[in-house]
Design a protein around this ligand. Sequence first.
Ligand code: ARG
Length: 574
Amino acid sequence: MPLSQAPLPLLEHALGEAIKKLDLDPSLAQITPTNNQRFGDYQTNAALIAAKELKSNPRDLANQLIAELDLEDYCDPPEVAGAGFINFRLKKNFLEQQVASLLHDPRLGIPLSASPRTIVIDFSSPNVAKPMHVGHIRSTILGESLLRIARFLGHRVISDNHLGDWGTQFGKVIYGLKNLPPQAELAEESPIEKLVRLYRQVTTLEREDAQLRDVVRKELLKLQQGDCENRKLWEEVVTLSWREFEKQYALLGVSFDEHLGESFYHEALQPLVQRLLLQGIAKRSQGAVVIFFPHHPTLHDKPFLIQKSDGAFLYATTDLATLEYRVTRWHPDAIWYVCGAPQQLHFEQLFESSRRLGFHLELRHIAFGSILGEDRKMMKTRSGDNIELGSLLQEAIDRAWKIIDEKNPLFSQEEKKKIAQIVGLGALKYADLMQHRMTDYVFSWEKMLAFQGNTAPYLQNAYVRSRSIFRKDESLQSFFPSTLLLDEEVERTLALQLLQFAEVIPNVLVDARPNILCLALYELATKFHRFYEECPILKAEKKVKESRLALTEITSRMLQLGLNLLGIDVPEKM
Ligand code: ARG
């Protein structure tokens, strides 16, 4: 059985050949899927554009193109529509064979990348002993999904959590640990919450007390100069925090190849600045060390500060050292930074500086918008604090538990717990990923946990439904035919959607947009529900029954795969 081929490249290839024969611009060989059956399955406006250029009649040109198109194997004869569009409808038996072949393909027709690359993804990257904010949550969810998709497509991906473990916050935390009375109830708290509390307390105290600010700064300086006691406290704090972060990552199904935090680069900073000065990339300016971009269109008045006049290094310095380290260690073709939009300038400056250093790889800032509360302001807790990731995850699970418990009071406690975790965390992740990443969206538990609409529970439910028929009778799985019968329009629509995942998934990486995959999954689930409601399966005559079972099977595998690529699990019942 030949592996299936995504229709789009076949069509574009044929269109390209026809365009060549007519001596038209080869870049016009572009076809897009339609979202309305009236226009066929695919459409091109190549004739329209070419005719404008040549000042000729677009419909005539479309007809000439059609005359040259060699597509009999896959398409019904293409048609000219409207002002000069060409519509393509795939041949029924082509679709039937292609979709059937997905049954024997563990990749479900999705090809490996023809040019696999080495990609470092820098994501999550929270700060130790500082409150994690929703930006870190978005980065974690988005980064994990991009990582899974890139790996699935055959790229070598290294994930590196650039932990903020070496900032000025340690002055405050160390001062707090040494001087503030350890309160009884602190023992009840998670270490992360305790550290964040200390950080906040000292910040408040400092506001009224200039002298204290000095003491705190000295603690930081002592740490940076290698003082034993402070070093030990710092180590404890970082270890404890990482242990907590790891628990949350485990719950989220996220893991990192490396978590080389800022502290890892500490020793490299002085020599790096020295080298930048020697090579003339950086300059001294009023006692500080700065990289200027005098001829850059947007950065000419935005210098990059890499060492303050008091000798302190900055976030920028560490990021440059980090970039250099990654290039030397992994020789990547690309580094992607999944980090909120407010850091746009920082990354522009970083990337420009690294080009000066002679690094010519793809550097991408994968930015994203904010999560807003019901009041449309940055999401906070009731008391105005940043959201703590651990409690957010717990709330997602608790809320899902209530829904599952109500729907299925007879499930065992164990089952309810497991399903609540899958559904609750799935809902949280999906609500984020389904948005265009630059959108600021309003966080709503009700919306994300709804069983109807574009939500994770809706997709998970479609999966459960698709499995239910086989759960009742496992032997049904042995009745898969070598070709399908797509006589009903709902069957055909579902089949086409299944084939198109091969076109959708690689597209996600073009602009780092998992929302494209979310939309395709949502459409798949909707088309599946329609098929399932309109087409009887078990009561159908043998050949039709086998074909419908096969469609159901492929749908469930595709739902599972697609959700998995988003970092979302599926329950077997819910
Ligand atoms: N820790 C930083 C923050 O919380 C994010 C780090 C992103 N990665 C990087 N290489 N700069 O803002």
